[in-house]
Design a protein around this ligand. Structure first.
Ligand SMILES: C[S@@+](CC[C@H](N)C(=O)[O-])C[C@H]1O[C@@H](n2cnc3c(N)ncnc32)[C@H](O)[C@@H]1O
Length: 657
């Protein structure tokens, strides 16, 4: 099977996939990699960059594109060619043939043969899956949440491209050898695992040695020595298996909590997380699935680009890049502007097309909030936290350079890369500004749509930034969720409920934690009775939680969408879409001794009375802060004070009870 075919993204996982039983292959690749050393926290990043620096293909893509391919392969519907096509010739000059690569057959047939463009919102499921591409993405416009200032400095220009290409060729040769060695090691490891499974009996005995949890003393001893990676691996696998059939398989007298504790400790040493985050993420999923999530965070996600429809069409861009030796394919039916890059002989962040603004290097997950926002031509849109501008420029393109996008970011330094991207992509309807988002709508209001792509912990992008594994504490999550709650109220208040075409807010994060997602959205629903959740228009993604570990959220939270690396092969992401209704005048005020209510005019014209609760309320977080404090005390072996009241039930639930 050719590399391209091998790397081709598998069909999407079903929306409600529930079977996560396979733990057989747990971490075996790591065991080989680590050579009996504990997994360093940075491992995933390192391996990602090693992969991405590999194998430029002088011969270009190995799969021939034919008319049939073009017409049959899903997702090749063209977007409207609304904009100016950049003049590539002026960028290339005469000597640039070196960079072009051989001309590839990339035939889409005639325009007449083309299928009708797919409506943007008619998404299905992501095709993404499969291994990381061999590719050299050096562009800095990925709207993933890491700072991109450094990338800007490292950017490859036409002037230094030839030298870089040569260096990459040399690296590629070395990489090819590594690839072969890696494949052989993986095959050997596969055989080993099969053998283990064959020998394992129902009690988890392997080679006659029954599995048992280490004692407290053994665990203490292990802390001061370097744990054997095979032991840790096997123990994780056994803990997962036993926790799945606890009554039948657990050692007598050992409570479930001890197995969980051991599993968390092993996840920390094997994958390099701090204990707090390992536990937090483990609780998000059934245990076997959690391991799949941790595993997925060790592999880079596919490299994807978004066609800038202000400058070109996807088919033209694809053809131009294929001619340079880039091996690519549409991401999936859910987007008609996305391309997945499998392999490239040129730095994908420095091609003439890139420099001419024909595309944005952008994670597939970053398309989602903008698709959900669905801006309409001539609208006034606020992108409240917008740097470095991946989503801003996407919004501008969907507006077809009409209307206006206010691209705001509190971090002035980051607005430089935002401005650079806005210029490169030819967005003429963008105003860049730098306010704390919490100053809106005082600064400016009355928007048709607002995107709040909120600052977050980044637990969805661990494969890109492994430092998240160790640098996030309980306090960070509390502070972030507090800020997110403040920002979301300001985003809602910045929308004009009278908008003829809009009246929507989209809230998104690149985090998978409930504190930063459902808890924030539920809070907004309670504080702003005039908003309700609506369908995101994204037809894949898991439903948001309506309850989580004792917290009960509004049932409408099921309209929000979660995306996971191990399910959708994209960064972990969350998207919620609100419709902002008209707020009529308050009926009674607190002075009357009763809670204020407002008349909310619903879309169908009916009027509903809802409780008015406008201000940001720090008291809201108090029970959670107290609960966190109790847990900290417990962890230190201190006796926490008795609870004053149950912290978990949301006001929505109370109000509706
Ligand atoms: C998730 S990133 C935004 C990514 C961006 N939407 C994109 O697609 O390229 C979050 C941004 O929020 C900004 N930010 C942090 N606190 C903010 C605040 N209080 N108001 C506005 N922006 C803020 C950060 O500087 C950061 O650029």
């Amino acid at each position: 099977m050719g590399r391209r075919a091998k790397n081709k993204q598998a069909p999407p996982e079903p929306l409600d996939r529930k079977e996560y039983t396979s733990t057989k292959k747990l971490g075996k690749r790591k065991a080989e990699d680590l050579d009996d050393k504990p997994r360093p926290a940075k491992k995933s990043k390192d391996s990602a960059s090693a992969k991405s620096n590999s194998k430029p293909s002088k011969t270009g893509p190995r799969v021939k594109f034919t008319e049939d391919d073009a017409n049959s392969s899903e997702g090749w519907e063209d977007v409207q060619d609304e904009g100016v096509i950049g003049d590539l010739d002026s960028l290339l000059g005469d000597e640039d043939d070196d960079f072009r690569g051989p001309v590839q057959e990339f035939d889409f047939g005639s325009d007449e043969d083309e299928p009708e463009p797919a409506p943007l919102l008619r998404g299905r499921k992501s095709k993404q899956s499969g291994p990381a591409p061999k590719i050299v993405p050096t562009g800095s416009d990925d709207s993933s949440e890491s700072d991109s200032e450094d990338d800007e400095e490292d950017r490859i220009t036409i002037a230094n491209m030839a030298a870089r290409s040569r260096a990459l060729d040399e690296k590629a040769a070395a990489d090819a050898e590594l690839d072969i060695a890696e494949q052989q090691a993986a095959a050997a490891s596969d055989d080993e695992d099969e053998d283990i499974d064959m020998e394992e009996d129902v009690n988890g005995d392997i080679d006659g040695a029954p599995f048992r949890l280490p004692t407290a003393t053994e665990r203490e001893e292990e802390k001061i020595t370097v744990p054997d990676v095979h032991t840790v691996q096997r123990r994780m696998r056994e803990c997962v298996r036993i926790l799945g059939k606890f009554k039948r398989l657990a050692e007598k007298g050992r409570p479930r909590a001890e197995y969980i504790e051991q599993l968390v400790a092993d996840i920390c040493s094997y994958y390099g997380y701090n204990e707090f985050l390992a536990e937090k993420l483990l609780h998000l999923f059934p245990i076997p699935e959690a391991i799949e999530f941790f595993e997925a965070n060790e592999a880079p996600r596919p490299v994807t680009i978004r066609t800038n429809t202000l400058r070109t069409r996807r088919r033209d861009l694809a053809q131009a890049l294929v001619n340079r030796g880039v091996n690519l394919e549409p991401i999936g039916k859910w987007t008609n502007v996305g391309l997945q890059v499998f392999e490239s002989s040129v730095p994908i962040g420095a091609t003439p097309e890139y420099l001419a603004g024909h595309y944005m290097l952008q994670a597939a997950s970053s398309f989602l909030p903008v698709i959900a926002l669905a801006p309409q031509p001539n609208e006034r849109v606020l992108d409240m936290a917008s740097a470095p501008g991946g989503k801003t420029t996407h919004i501008a393109a969907l507006l077809q350079n009409t209307g206006v996008v206010f691209a705001n970011d509190a971090n002035k330094a980051r607005t430089k890369s935002l401005t650079a991207n806005v210029h490169r992509l030819g967005c003429k309807n963008v105003v860049v500004c730098s306010y704390d988002g919490r100053e809106f709508p005082k600064v400016m209001g009355g928007f048709d749509r607002v995107l709040l792509d909120a600052p977050c912990s980044g637990t969805g992008v661990i494969s890109k930034d492994a430092s998240v594994k160790i640098n996030k504490s309980e306090r960070d999550f509390t502070l972030l969720s507090h800020l997110q709650k403040q920002l979301i109220l300001c985003a809602i208040d910045s929308v004009s409920p009278e908008s003829k075409t809009g009246g929507y807010v989209v809230y998104s994060t690149c985090s998978v934690t409930v504190d930063e997602n459902e808890a924030v959205v539920d809070y907004a629903l309670r504080k702003r009775p005039n908003v309700k959740l609506v369908e995101t228009g994204l037809e894949f993604g898991r439903e948001g939680f309506t309850s989580f570990r004792g917290k009960v959220f509004s049932p409408s939270l099921s309209l929000t969408r979660r995306f996971y690396p191990h399910v959708h092969n994209m960064d972990g992401f969350y998207v919620a879409k609100f419709r902002v209704e008209k707020r009529a005048k308050a009926k009674k005020g607190p002075d009357d001794g009763a809670e204020a209510t407002v008349e909310v005019v619903l879309e169908d014209g009916t009027v509903e009375n809802k409780q008015e609760d406008v201000a940001f309320d720090s008291d809201e977080d108090r029970p959670y802060l107290e609960e966190a404090k109790r847990r900290r005390m417990k962890a230190k072996g201190l006796r926490p004070p008795p609870r004053t009241k149950a912290p978990a039930v949301s006001a929505t639930a109370k109000a509706s009870a």
